[in-house]
Ligand binder design. Structure first.
Ligand SMILES: O=C(O)CC1=CCC(=O)O1
Length: 98
């Protein structure tokens, strides 16, 4: 199942820089581990914003919720999830047998 996820990062200004840097380092490792195992398919920066659009490929809503809620930056992000389905005009159908 594919999901488009927008994450807006809102780190409080009074969070000490060293603590913010440590959380961001953990976030990067967590994200890259999920990218390597294929569940975090894409991550794109939104131009001019501290936000990203990501595509996740997971088995269920519950799995996505678990992955997102374990993000180190989770307490400091607004997250919006859009479930994706195949478009009938797409020349490649995601998830269809090859
Ligand atoms: O910087 C961001 O957009 C938040 C984020 C998600 C994964 C990551 O490494 O940073």
């Amino acid at each position: 199942m594919l999901f488009l996820v927008r994450m807006d990062v809102k780190i409080p200004h009074d969070l000490p820089a060293a603590q913010a840097d440590e959380i961001k380092a953990r976030e990067k490792k967590y994200s890259q581990d999920l990218q390597r195992d294929g569940r975090w398919r894409h991550i794109w920066r939104v131009v001019g914003e501290y936000a990203n659009y990501s595509v996740f490929d997971v088995q269920s809503n519950d799995e996505l919720h678990q992955l997102l809620s374990q993000l180190p930056l989770f307490p400091y992000m607004d997250i919006h999830v859009t479930p994706l389905a195949n478009h009938p005009s797409a020349i490649v159908q995601e998830g269809a047998p090859g």
